[in-house]
Write a protein that binds this ligand. Structure first.
Ligand SMILES: [Zn+2]
Length: 221
């Protein structure tokens, strides 16, 4: 299938399933799923100029600047072409604005910004019932009683654990960061690109969400 929309930003709160959905979309449509965290770690590990700049910031306990984060992404696009599925990026309005500028200079504007919406109550329930495989990233809910902490991961055999940031206190902090940083990013796209902003109810089942996302990617909306 040849997707119409190939430059996609997927936004959503913790536990909205955006990483899983991005993987599925990437497998189905062949659009690269880009994790900016992984890009950053790879630049640092390779000791590139950008990596050293990022190291200098993080070793002082600072966040990588919006401008540097987007330069790392733009650098990746030069090598791989302007087709991507960003999951959880841009994280700030500054990053969104820098990304727009970079894409404008490539004459390759964003095609779609998709917000996966989930109520705070549903987020809390999902996170506090979640066990994860730290090896392959799969997640399972203990509420279904098919998997428990300490079981083997059905996908790769590693041990399922409760992530140490999946606690009530850590979650409140992540929700606060999400509201303070990412919600304004949604506002930014509401103002600058309302036609490409789509909202999806992430409280539905994973297959329903994937079907809806797929129809947006192929341009059936
Ligand atoms: Zn696994």
């Amino acid at each position: 299938m040849n997707p119409v929309n190939q430059r996609i930003v997927l936004l959503g709160p913790p536990a909205s399933g955006k990483g899983t959905q991005a993987d599925r979309l990437s497998d189905t449509f062949g659009i690269p799923h880009v994790s900016t965290g992984a890009l950053l770690r790879s630049e640092c590990a390779r000791g590139t100029v950008l990596g050293r700049e990022a190291d200098a910031a993080t070793s002082k306990g600072l966040l990588v600047s919006d401008e540097l984060a987007v330069r790392i992404v733009a650098n990746w696009m030069q090598e791989h072409g302007p087709r991507f599925l960003f999951d959880g990026f841009p994280r700030t309005v500054g990053q969104a604005a820098h990304l727009d500028a970079a894409l404008t200079s490539l004459k390759a504007p964003l095609d779609l910004v998709i917000l996966l919406e989930l109520s705070d109550e549903a987020i809390r329930q999902r996170i506090l019932e979640r066990i994860s495989c730290l090896k392959c990233g799969a997640t399972y809910s203990t509420s279904l009683h098919t998997h428990a902490e300490g079981d083997a991961c059905p996908r790769c055999g590693a041990t399922l654990v409760r992530r140490n940031d999946d606690t009530a206190e850590a979650l409140e902090q992540r929700l606060k960061v999400y509201r303070e940083l990412t919600m304004p990013v949604v506002g930014y796209y509401e103002e600058t690109a309302p036609r490409i902003l789509q909202r999806i109810d992430a409280g539905k089942g994973s297959d329903d969400i994937f079907a809806k996302l797929s129809s947006l990617v192929v341009g059936e909306n």
